[in-house]
Design a protein around this ligand. Structure first.
Ligand code: KDG
Ligand code: MG
Length: 405
């Protein structure tokens, strides 16, 4: 069997997705997600121009060799664009291997470690009451873990918290430019403790609570936040500070027992290495699409397992359902899986394009039992929603200083 063709699709059923289809001479094909929010066309060009021509005629079953060829074989290692491209190829090859073996991918990884995959859903709100009302609704739907985010009073917009506003990519119109958002740590601190105090009062002690800081705090501020939130027993505090300098987390860890999570922007195991081996975090949040695919996600999970770190893959709306499917296979297998972020299975247009049979019940997702990843891609439907340039917002302090994303 050889790789006969590789197609790259960029579609926008509400927001942009980059999808790779590897077609073999046997007719079996595989699918991968290469979406890099705000930089989609860079990955598409990288795949089209630099990756696909090198793979035509190769054995699609040599997943490891192809991964090494695209990573180690290339002088320019790592980086978000390269790793998203490699990721999509890797996912598509696992999909093909599963179809050849007539087994779901989780079986090829080592089989089932659990009956289903625990999810956390997002409860966002324009104020604390709104967030808690939304949380109650999700609890009513059976979710047992919730990420709580609430607008910060006094800031024009709080990232990820829409209220009645349009999402950032919907605001950009015909001449898209990155929206500008503001940030003030003092105003945030005035809100965040109350959010969790009220949450425990109204939602009780049984529900797992999580929170994403989106890296807006300095390490010492994160340490303070971790301490402040200890009484409310979070499952984890995500992206409290940026960890380009991984030592930042030593400072945070010294001061708080609130569990820490990071990793959604990481591209390789090297980005997580010090945090994991020094046990500075509790959950590693790498995504198959941004960390090079299923092959390295498996290595990260095994490495993390040695240091009591659990996996909590990123599950934002800018990862396509193909990535979500890949995560469900990894999560069904990984002995140290923790929790999966979940934002639904996509809007109506997405559901016409990405065809899958994932079941979500009582806050758990159940992986497809179809051979491969168990997801299909409707090319004709995708063509109806062409790519639309859009950017993630940038964040500035109130005096105009550009701040951590
Ligand atoms: O593209 C950026 C989003 O994926 C990110 O902002 C979402 O932080 C996020 C999360 O935890 O889902
Ligand atoms: Mg996040």
């Amino acid at each position: 069997m050889i790789i006969k063709d590789i197609k790259i699709f960029v579609c926008s059923p509400g927001r942009n997705f980059v999808t790779v289809k590897i077609i073999t001479d046997s007719g079996i094909y595989g699918l991968g997600d290469a979406t890099l929010n705000g930089r989609e066309m860079a990955v598409s060009a990288y795949l089209e121009e630099h990756v696909a021509p090198c793979l035509i005629g190769r054995d699609p079953q040599a997943i490891e060799d192809i991964w090494q060829y695209l990573y180690r074989g290339v002088y320019w290692r790592r980086g978000a664009v390269t790793m998203a491209a490699i990721a999509a190829i890797d996912m598509a090859l696992w999909d093909i291997k599963g179809k050849i073996a007539e087994m779901p991918v989780y079986q090829l990884l080592g089989g089932r470690s659990r009956k289903g995959v625990n999810l956390y859903a997002h409860a966002n709100g324009s104020d604390i009451t709104d967030t808690l009302n939304n949380a109650q609704k999700l609890i009513g739907q059976g979710f047992k873990a919730l990420r709580l985010q609430s607008a910060v009073p006094g800031l024009k917009v709080t990232y990820g918290v829409l209220g009645d506003k349009k999402d950032y990519y919907e605001q950009q119109g015909d001449r898209p430019l990155p929206p500008e958002e503001d940030w003030c740590t003092t105003k945030y601190f005035a809100m965040v403790e109350d959010l969790f105090k009220e949450a425990r009062k109204h939602l009780g002690d049984k529900v797992h609570l999580l929170h994403d800081v989106h890296s807006r705090l300095t390490p010492v501020e994160s340490a303070r936040l971790g301490k402040l939130l200890e009484p409310y027993n979070l499952l984890f505090l995500e992206d409290a500070s940026i960890a380009e300098n991984q030592d930042n987390y030593k400072l945070i860890r010294q001061h708080t027992t609130t569990p820490l999570a990071i990793g959604e922007t990481y591209n390789t195991i090297w980005d997580c290495k010090d945090l994991i081996q020094n046990q500075l975090i509790d959950y590693i949040r790498t995504a198959a699409t941004h960390a090079g695919g299923i092959t390295p996600m498996r290595r990260i999970a095994d490495f993390a397992n040695m240091f009591n770190v659990r996996t909590a893959p990123h599950g934002a709306p800018d990862l396509s359902p193909i990535c979500f499917s890949a995560h469900l296979h990894l999560n069904t297998w990984a002995p140290n899986f923790g929790i999966q972020e979940y934002v639904g299975l996509g809007n109506e247009q997405m559901q016409q394009i990405f065809l899958q049979d994932i079941r979500v019940e009582e806050g758990m997702a159940y992986v497809s039992e179809q051979p491969g990843l168990g997801i299909d891609f409707n090319e004709e439907a995708a063509q109806q929603y062409p790519y639309k340039r859009s950017y993630l917002p940038v964040s500035r302090l109130e005096d105009g200083t550009l701040w951590h994303w």
